[in-house]
Design a protein around this ligand. Structure first.
Ligand SMILES: [Zn+2]
Length: 148
């Protein structure tokens, strides 16, 4: 369990963040305090989110995007949140199943890419596998999660 500086628990939730007042990114996983306005980005997603924001620099247009559209593990997380109905055990089971399913699917795809000698595709799948696997390895306590 994660604690805020104010002493209250912080829960993982999907939030909309605004960057430089013109980029609106929904479904960003953050640990948010249940008591004060403090929140912090989930460490796992930070490098990719920052890469994405850096890629936007210089872009003067408004951007509205769901992080789930550019970051595979979050789209899985969204599905889990949409399908479980509340108990801690069920959340953990859904979470594990959903990420395991995706890992297996990617492993199948990887075998296929390898059989086709498509190294660019193999690298792409490997990168996806690493990210999804990192989420699978998280010992997610459902008490950490706030389905809002
Ligand atoms: Zn706090």
């Amino acid at each position: 369990m994660k604690l805020c500086d104010c002493g209250q628990t912080m829960k993982l939730e999907l939030r909309r963040l605004v960057y430089k007042r013109r980029t609106f990114i929904s479904h960003v996983p953050v640990y948010a305090c249940q008591h004060c306005p403090t929140y912090e980005l989930m460490p796992l997603v930070k490098p990719d989110l920052l890469d994405y924001l850096n890629s936007l620099d210089g872009d003067k247009h408004q951007t509205r995007i769901s992080f789930a559209d550019i970051y595979e593990p979050v789209s899985i997380l969204q599905d889990v949140l949409a399908s479980y109905s509340g108990s801690i055990e069920e959340f953990q089971r859904c979470y594990k199943e959903a990420f395991e399913d995706r890992v297996n699917m990617l492993l199948d795809l990887y075998r296929f890419a390898k059989a086709s000698n498509d190294t660019a595709w193999m690298d792409e799948i490997k990168a996806r596998l690493e990210k999804v696997n990192a989420f699978l390895q998280l010992k997610m306590e459902s008490s950490d999660f706030c389905a809002s």
